[in-house]
Ligand binder design. Structure first.
Ligand code: ADE
Length: 249
């Protein structure tokens, strides 16, 4: 069964371009997933279609009002029957839990993912209290809204769906799938502007190539994710073989 995304936003125009291109475009054509957009302004209560208001207690910025958001979410929930175990509701906010590949893998098992995108200074807290949504952040920086984070989630999830990538093993061999960053890649020519492809990759010796790739992946993870040389990547804790590798750098 294909994965259904429902995206609630005040900027539905931000999505069709990204969803129509590349892997996302092809996967949608193949029927692996679909996206339904809901314009939160359609649920506004006034003729200006306003969905935000000034914060109680003062301060800068505007806050998403609860009424249009509750009504939009209720309308989306009423449109579809799905296994509650395989339904995920996410609010995109910098205050959320930081997205990691493990979370993305879990989302790729869902049958329905509802993404609620905010803007301005945030959501009225009753939206979190009254609607059962997980708060998700795509990183510790602030974007102007939840639309780009929603697209990040969509892209990360869809490429894991069976049939989305040309080569079924591609998603298993890349960064984070085994807790490490990906190893370096080279293609022709063998020497480019004085920079040569490592000898081992031209050797045809598959065992040595696999070993080189594993070491390079560990080295990168160690250097780029763990800070000081000699530190042990926390995601590899408990793995004796891998920690020995790292100590031998
Ligand atoms: N909205 C604004 N910034 C965000 C972030 N970093 N993650 C998720 N939603 C956001």
């Amino acid at each position: 069964m294909s994965l259904q995304f429902d995206i609630l936003t005040i900027f539905p125009g931000m999505f069709p371009g990204v969803v129509g291109e590349s892997i996302l475009g092809r996967a949608r054509e193949k029927g692996l997933y679909d996206v339904h957009l809901t314009d939160l302004r359609d649920f506004a209560h006034d003729r200006h279609r306003s969905i935000d208001d000034r914060p109680y207690g003062g301060g800068p910025g505007m806050v998403f009002k609860p009424e249009p958001v509750f009504e939009a979410v209720e309308s989306v929930l009423g449109r579809r029957r799905a296994d509650p175990e395989r339904t995920r509701r996410l609010i995109l906010t910098p205050e959320g839990k930081r997205l990691e590949q493990e979370h993305v893998r879990d989302l790729a098992r869902a049958e329905w993912i509802i993404l609620l995108c905010g803007h301005y200074e945030g959501f009225d807290e009753r939206i979190f209290l009254g609607l059962d949504f997980e708060r998700v952040s795509i990183g510790d920086y602030v974007l102007s809204g939840g639309e780009i984070p929603a697209l990040v989630i969509l892209d990360a999830v869809v490429r894991l769906l069976p049939g989305a990538l040309g080569h079924p093993e591609s998603s298993l061999q890349e960064s984070f799938e085994d807790g490490t960053l990906d190893h370096p890649q080279y293609t022709r020519p063998p020497v480019f502007r004085g920079m040569a492809v490592p000898e081992v990759l031209l050797s045809g010796n598959h065992a040595e190539i696999a070993e080189w790739r594993r070491r390079e992946a560990l080295r990168r993870t160690h250097e780029r994710r763990e800070g000081s040389p000699g530190a042990r990547p926390p995601q590899l804790e408990g793995s004796t073989a891998k920690s020995l590798e790292i100590e031998s750098f």
